[in-house]
Design a protein around this ligand. Structure first.
Ligand code: NAD
Length: 298
Protein backbone atom coordinates (compact mmCIF):
# COMPACT_ATOMS: atom_id res chain seq x y z
CA UNK A 1 0.00 0.00 0.00
CA UNK A 2 1.05 3.57 -0.59
CA UNK A 3 2.13 6.51 1.54
CA UNK A 4 -0.18 9.43 0.81
CA UNK A 5 0.03 13.03 2.04
CA UNK A 6 -3.23 14.92 2.46
CA UNK A 7 -3.22 18.72 2.82
CA UNK A 8 -6.57 20.33 3.70
CA UNK A 9 -8.71 18.22 6.04
CA UNK A 10 -11.87 20.35 6.09
CA UNK A 11 -15.50 19.45 5.37
CA UNK A 12 -14.49 17.42 2.31
CA UNK A 13 -10.83 16.48 2.80
CA UNK A 14 -11.22 14.89 6.23
CA UNK A 15 -13.75 12.32 5.03
CA UNK A 16 -11.93 11.72 1.74
CA UNK A 17 -8.63 11.01 3.50
CA UNK A 18 -10.44 8.55 5.78
CA UNK A 19 -11.38 6.41 2.76
CA UNK A 20 -7.72 6.16 1.78
CA UNK A 21 -6.89 4.95 5.30
CA UNK A 22 -9.72 2.41 5.06
CA UNK A 23 -8.25 1.23 1.73
CA UNK A 24 -5.03 0.37 3.58
CA UNK A 25 -2.86 3.37 2.71
CA UNK A 26 -0.72 5.24 5.22
CA UNK A 27 -2.13 8.78 5.14
CA UNK A 28 -0.24 11.71 6.64
CA UNK A 29 -2.46 14.74 7.06
CA UNK A 30 -1.86 18.45 7.55
CA UNK A 31 -4.26 21.35 8.01
CA UNK A 32 -3.80 24.81 9.49
CA UNK A 33 -6.85 24.13 11.66
CA UNK A 34 -5.98 21.78 14.56
CA UNK A 35 -9.65 20.78 14.95
CA UNK A 36 -9.70 19.51 11.38
CA UNK A 37 -6.54 17.49 12.03
CA UNK A 38 -7.99 16.03 15.24
CA UNK A 39 -11.18 14.97 13.44
CA UNK A 40 -9.19 13.27 10.67
CA UNK A 41 -7.02 11.52 13.25
CA UNK A 42 -10.10 9.67 14.52
CA UNK A 43 -10.40 8.20 11.00
CA UNK A 44 -6.79 6.97 11.14
CA UNK A 45 -5.01 9.87 9.44
CA UNK A 46 -1.54 10.41 10.96
CA UNK A 47 -1.06 14.10 11.86
CA UNK A 48 1.98 15.78 10.30
CA UNK A 49 3.61 18.88 11.79
CA UNK A 50 3.68 20.64 8.42
CA UNK A 51 3.65 20.17 4.66
CA UNK A 52 7.31 19.08 4.59
CA UNK A 53 6.71 16.25 7.05
CA UNK A 54 3.50 15.17 5.32
CA UNK A 55 4.97 14.93 1.82
CA UNK A 56 8.44 13.50 2.63
CA UNK A 57 8.89 10.41 0.46
CA UNK A 58 5.13 10.10 -0.25
CA UNK A 59 3.87 8.22 -3.32
CA UNK A 60 1.10 10.78 -3.83
CA UNK A 61 -0.05 14.13 -2.46
CA UNK A 62 -3.71 15.18 -2.40
CA UNK A 63 -4.74 18.76 -1.71
CA UNK A 64 -8.31 19.82 -0.81
CA UNK A 65 -8.09 23.56 -0.19
CA UNK A 66 -10.58 26.44 -0.42
CA UNK A 67 -9.34 28.61 -3.31
CA UNK A 68 -6.62 29.10 -5.90
CA UNK A 69 -4.58 31.33 -3.60
CA UNK A 70 -4.42 28.55 -0.97
CA UNK A 71 -3.45 25.93 -3.54
CA UNK A 72 -0.70 28.20 -4.94
CA UNK A 73 0.65 28.79 -1.42
CA UNK A 74 0.61 25.09 -0.53
CA UNK A 75 2.34 23.95 -3.75
CA UNK A 76 4.59 26.88 -4.59
CA UNK A 77 5.48 28.48 -1.23
CA UNK A 78 8.94 28.11 0.31
CA UNK A 79 7.54 25.57 2.79
CA UNK A 80 5.35 24.01 0.12
CA UNK A 81 4.92 20.71 -1.68
CA UNK A 82 7.26 21.33 -4.63
CA UNK A 83 10.06 22.38 -2.26
CA UNK A 84 9.82 19.25 -0.11
CA UNK A 85 8.41 16.32 -2.10
CA UNK A 86 10.51 13.98 -4.24
CA UNK A 87 9.80 14.23 -7.95
CA UNK A 88 8.46 10.67 -8.14
CA UNK A 89 5.49 11.84 -6.01
CA UNK A 90 2.25 12.18 -7.99
CA UNK A 91 0.50 15.49 -7.19
CA UNK A 92 -3.32 15.59 -7.20
CA UNK A 93 -5.23 18.81 -6.52
CA UNK A 94 -8.91 18.16 -5.75
CA UNK A 95 -9.74 21.74 -4.71
CA UNK A 96 -12.06 23.75 -6.94
CA UNK A 97 -9.87 26.61 -8.20
CA UNK A 98 -9.64 29.07 -11.05
CA UNK A 99 -8.22 27.85 -14.33
CA UNK A 100 -5.29 30.31 -14.24
CA UNK A 101 -4.15 28.98 -10.84
CA UNK A 102 -4.58 25.39 -12.01
CA UNK A 103 -2.47 26.13 -15.10
CA UNK A 104 0.18 27.80 -12.94
CA UNK A 105 0.35 24.67 -10.76
CA UNK A 106 0.60 22.37 -13.80
CA UNK A 107 3.40 24.55 -15.23
CA UNK A 108 5.37 24.87 -11.98
CA UNK A 109 5.05 21.15 -11.23
CA UNK A 110 6.24 20.19 -14.72
CA UNK A 111 9.15 22.62 -14.53
CA UNK A 112 10.22 21.07 -11.21
CA UNK A 113 9.96 17.54 -12.67
CA UNK A 114 6.65 16.44 -11.08
CA UNK A 115 3.51 14.91 -12.56
CA UNK A 116 0.40 16.91 -11.58
CA UNK A 117 -3.33 16.49 -12.23
CA UNK A 118 -6.28 18.75 -11.48
CA UNK A 119 -8.95 16.48 -10.00
CA UNK A 120 -11.89 18.43 -8.55
CA UNK A 121 -14.90 16.57 -7.22
CA UNK A 122 -18.67 16.70 -7.08
CA UNK A 123 -21.01 15.06 -4.58
CA UNK A 124 -20.88 17.30 -1.52
CA UNK A 125 -20.05 16.34 2.03
CA UNK A 126 -22.48 13.43 1.83
CA UNK A 127 -20.60 12.05 -1.18
CA UNK A 128 -17.27 12.58 0.57
CA UNK A 129 -18.50 10.66 3.62
CA UNK A 130 -19.97 7.85 1.53
CA UNK A 131 -16.95 7.58 -0.81
CA UNK A 132 -19.19 8.19 -3.83
CA UNK A 133 -17.73 11.40 -5.26
CA UNK A 134 -17.44 12.10 -8.97
CA UNK A 135 -13.87 13.10 -9.93
CA UNK A 136 -13.06 15.13 -13.06
CA UNK A 137 -9.38 14.61 -13.81
CA UNK A 138 -7.31 16.75 -16.17
CA UNK A 139 -3.68 16.23 -17.16
CA UNK A 140 -1.34 13.97 -19.07
CA UNK A 141 -3.05 10.60 -19.71
CA UNK A 142 -0.54 8.46 -17.80
CA UNK A 143 -0.69 10.70 -14.73
CA UNK A 144 -4.51 10.68 -14.87
CA UNK A 145 -4.51 6.86 -15.01
CA UNK A 146 -2.09 6.60 -12.07
CA UNK A 147 -4.08 9.15 -10.04
CA UNK A 148 -7.27 7.16 -10.68
CA UNK A 149 -5.83 4.23 -8.72
CA UNK A 150 -5.57 6.42 -5.60
CA UNK A 151 -8.91 8.13 -6.29
CA UNK A 152 -10.93 4.90 -6.57
CA UNK A 153 -11.70 4.36 -2.82
CA UNK A 154 -13.24 7.87 -2.62
CA UNK A 155 -15.30 7.77 -5.77
CA UNK A 156 -18.27 6.37 -7.63
CA UNK A 157 -17.20 7.98 -10.93
CA UNK A 158 -13.85 9.03 -12.40
CA UNK A 159 -13.89 11.00 -15.65
CA UNK A 160 -10.67 11.79 -17.50
CA UNK A 161 -11.54 15.19 -18.97
CA UNK A 162 -8.54 15.86 -21.21
CA UNK A 163 -5.42 17.94 -20.77
CA UNK A 164 -4.27 20.31 -18.03
CA UNK A 165 -7.06 22.30 -16.29
CA UNK A 166 -9.89 20.44 -18.07
CA UNK A 167 -11.03 18.95 -14.74
CA UNK A 168 -11.47 22.46 -13.34
CA UNK A 169 -13.33 23.53 -16.48
CA UNK A 170 -15.82 20.66 -16.03
CA UNK A 171 -16.21 21.37 -12.32
CA UNK A 172 -16.81 25.11 -12.79
CA UNK A 173 -19.57 24.47 -15.36
CA UNK A 174 -21.15 21.76 -13.17
CA UNK A 175 -21.27 24.07 -10.16
CA UNK A 176 -22.77 26.90 -12.18
CA UNK A 177 -25.70 24.54 -12.82
CA UNK A 178 -25.70 23.36 -9.18
CA UNK A 179 -26.10 26.82 -7.66
CA UNK A 180 -28.71 27.91 -10.18
CA UNK A 181 -30.71 24.76 -9.34
CA UNK A 182 -30.25 25.40 -5.59
CA UNK A 183 -31.77 28.86 -6.06
CA UNK A 184 -34.60 27.29 -8.06
CA UNK A 185 -35.26 24.73 -5.28
CA UNK A 186 -35.37 27.55 -2.72
CA UNK A 187 -37.94 29.51 -4.72
CA UNK A 188 -40.09 26.44 -5.44
CA UNK A 189 -40.01 25.27 -1.81
CA UNK A 190 -41.08 28.62 -0.36
CA UNK A 191 -43.79 29.21 -2.95
CA UNK A 192 -45.20 25.69 -2.44
CA UNK A 193 -45.32 26.32 1.30
CA UNK A 194 -47.17 29.61 0.84
CA UNK A 195 -49.66 27.96 -1.48
CA UNK A 196 -50.54 25.64 1.39
CA UNK A 197 -48.91 22.45 0.10
CA UNK A 198 -47.57 19.94 2.59
CA UNK A 199 -43.79 20.36 2.32
CA UNK A 200 -43.04 16.63 2.27
CA UNK A 201 -45.74 15.95 -0.32
CA UNK A 202 -44.42 18.70 -2.58
CA UNK A 203 -40.85 17.38 -2.27
CA UNK A 204 -42.07 13.80 -3.06
CA UNK A 205 -43.76 15.13 -6.21
CA UNK A 206 -40.81 17.21 -7.39
CA UNK A 207 -38.34 14.37 -6.74
CA UNK A 208 -40.08 12.24 -9.39
CA UNK A 209 -41.10 15.14 -11.65
CA UNK A 210 -39.47 17.67 -13.90
CA UNK A 211 -38.51 19.96 -11.00
CA UNK A 212 -36.03 17.36 -9.72
CA UNK A 213 -32.35 18.22 -9.24
CA UNK A 214 -29.41 17.07 -7.12
CA UNK A 215 -29.69 20.27 -5.10
CA UNK A 216 -33.36 19.60 -4.45
CA UNK A 217 -32.83 16.00 -3.37
CA UNK A 218 -29.66 16.58 -1.31
CA UNK A 219 -29.62 20.20 -0.12
CA UNK A 220 -33.37 20.90 0.12
CA UNK A 221 -33.34 24.30 1.83
CA UNK A 222 -36.75 23.97 3.54
CA UNK A 223 -36.28 22.29 6.95
CA UNK A 224 -38.09 19.10 7.91
CA UNK A 225 -37.85 17.23 4.62
CA UNK A 226 -34.34 15.94 3.77
CA UNK A 227 -32.88 14.88 7.14
CA UNK A 228 -29.20 15.29 6.17
CA UNK A 229 -29.66 18.72 4.56
CA UNK A 230 -28.05 21.71 6.30
CA UNK A 231 -31.52 23.28 6.63
CA UNK A 232 -32.16 20.68 9.37
CA UNK A 233 -28.98 21.62 11.21
CA UNK A 234 -29.44 25.40 11.56
CA UNK A 235 -27.56 25.83 8.25
CA UNK A 236 -24.25 24.65 9.75
CA UNK A 237 -21.94 24.58 6.72
CA UNK A 238 -21.60 21.56 4.47
CA UNK A 239 -20.70 23.97 1.60
CA UNK A 240 -20.20 27.53 2.75
CA UNK A 241 -21.79 30.53 1.09
CA UNK A 242 -18.28 31.91 0.61
CA UNK A 243 -17.18 28.84 -1.38
CA UNK A 244 -20.43 28.83 -3.37
CA UNK A 245 -19.85 32.47 -4.25
CA UNK A 246 -16.27 31.62 -5.23
CA UNK A 247 -17.42 28.81 -7.54
CA UNK A 248 -20.09 30.78 -9.33
CA UNK A 249 -17.57 33.63 -9.62
CA UNK A 250 -15.17 31.22 -11.36
CA UNK A 251 -17.90 30.43 -13.88
CA UNK A 252 -18.67 34.11 -14.45
CA UNK A 253 -15.01 34.89 -14.94
CA UNK A 254 -14.59 31.99 -17.41
CA UNK A 255 -17.75 33.16 -19.19
CA UNK A 256 -16.32 36.67 -19.59
CA UNK A 257 -13.13 35.17 -21.06
CA UNK A 258 -15.19 33.24 -23.60
CA UNK A 259 -17.86 35.88 -24.36
CA UNK A 260 -20.64 33.75 -22.84
CA UNK A 261 -23.62 35.55 -21.27
CA UNK A 262 -24.58 34.05 -17.87
CA UNK A 263 -27.56 36.18 -16.91
CA UNK A 264 -29.02 33.70 -14.43
CA UNK A 265 -25.65 32.77 -12.96
CA UNK A 266 -24.80 36.43 -12.41
CA UNK A 267 -28.10 36.95 -10.64
CA UNK A 268 -27.51 33.96 -8.35
CA UNK A 269 -24.08 35.33 -7.49
CA UNK A 270 -25.74 38.57 -6.39
CA UNK A 271 -27.90 36.51 -4.01
CA UNK A 272 -24.82 34.86 -2.49
CA UNK A 273 -23.15 38.27 -2.24
CA UNK A 274 -26.15 39.57 -0.27
CA UNK A 275 -25.79 36.64 2.16
CA UNK A 276 -22.07 37.38 2.54
CA UNK A 277 -22.69 41.10 3.05
CA UNK A 278 -25.12 40.24 5.84
CA UNK A 279 -22.48 38.18 7.68
CA UNK A 280 -23.42 34.67 6.47
CA UNK A 281 -20.25 33.77 4.53
CA UNK A 282 -19.42 30.86 6.85
CA UNK A 283 -22.95 29.43 6.85
CA UNK A 284 -24.31 26.83 4.45
CA UNK A 285 -25.11 28.14 0.98
CA UNK A 286 -28.65 26.72 1.18
CA UNK A 287 -29.36 29.75 3.39
CA UNK A 288 -30.23 31.33 0.06
CA UNK A 289 -33.78 30.22 0.98
CA UNK A 290 -33.86 32.98 3.60
CA UNK A 291 -33.71 35.57 0.83
CA UNK A 292 -36.87 34.02 -0.61
CA UNK A 293 -38.87 33.61 2.62
CA UNK A 294 -37.75 37.02 3.86
CA UNK A 295 -36.51 35.73 7.24
CA UNK A 296 -33.07 37.33 6.81
CA UNK A 297 -32.64 41.05 6.66
CA UNK A 298 -30.24 41.10 3.71
P1 NAD B 1 -13.20 23.74 4.08
O1 NAD B 1 -13.01 25.19 4.26
O2 NAD B 1 -14.10 22.97 4.98
O3 NAD B 1 -11.75 22.99 4.12
C1 NAD B 1 -10.57 23.53 3.59
C2 NAD B 1 -9.46 23.27 4.57
O4 NAD B 1 -8.22 23.75 4.03
C3 NAD B 1 -9.66 23.98 5.91
O5 NAD B 1 -9.70 23.04 6.98
C4 NAD B 1 -8.45 24.93 6.02
O6 NAD B 1 -7.96 25.07 7.33
C5 NAD B 1 -7.45 24.20 5.12
N1 NAD B 1 -6.37 25.07 4.65
C6 NAD B 1 -6.47 26.30 4.07
N2 NAD B 1 -5.23 26.76 3.77
C7 NAD B 1 -4.36 25.80 4.16
C8 NAD B 1 -2.95 25.69 4.12
N3 NAD B 1 -2.19 26.68 3.61
N4 NAD B 1 -2.38 24.58 4.62
C9 NAD B 1 -3.14 23.57 5.14
N5 NAD B 1 -4.48 23.63 5.20
C10 NAD B 1 -5.08 24.72 4.72
O7 NAD B 1 -13.64 23.55 2.56
P2 NAD B 1 -14.33 22.26 1.88
O8 NAD B 1 -15.81 22.42 1.92
O9 NAD B 1 -13.67 21.03 2.40
O10 NAD B 1 -13.90 22.51 0.36
C11 NAD B 1 -12.57 22.31 -0.10
C12 NAD B 1 -12.56 22.47 -1.61
O11 NAD B 1 -13.46 21.50 -2.18
C13 NAD B 1 -13.05 23.83 -2.09
O12 NAD B 1 -12.32 24.21 -3.23
C14 NAD B 1 -14.51 23.58 -2.43
O13 NAD B 1 -15.00 24.51 -3.39
C15 NAD B 1 -14.45 22.17 -2.96
N6 NAD B 1 -15.68 21.39 -2.85
C16 NAD B 1 -16.46 21.47 -1.72
C17 NAD B 1 -17.62 20.71 -1.65
C18 NAD B 1 -18.54 20.77 -0.43
O14 NAD B 1 -19.69 20.28 -0.52
N7 NAD B 1 -18.10 21.31 0.71
C19 NAD B 1 -17.97 19.84 -2.70
C20 NAD B 1 -17.13 19.74 -3.81
C21 NAD B 1 -15.98 20.52 -3.87
Amino acid sequence: MAVIAWIGLGNMGGSMAGHLVAAGHEVRGFDLNPEAVAAAETAGVKPAAGIAEAVAGADAVFTMLPKGEHARAVYLGPDGVLAHAVTSTLLIDSSTIDIASAQALHDAAAEAGFRFVDAPVSGGMSGAKAGTLTFMVGGEAGAVADASVYITPMSANIFPTGGATSGQAAKICNNLMLFISLAAAAEGAVLADRLGLDKQTFWDIAAVSSGDSWAMRTWYPMPGVVPTAASNNDFAPTFTTELANKDIGLAISAARDTGTPLEIGEHVQQLFQRLIDSGQSGMDCSMIVKLVDGSLDA
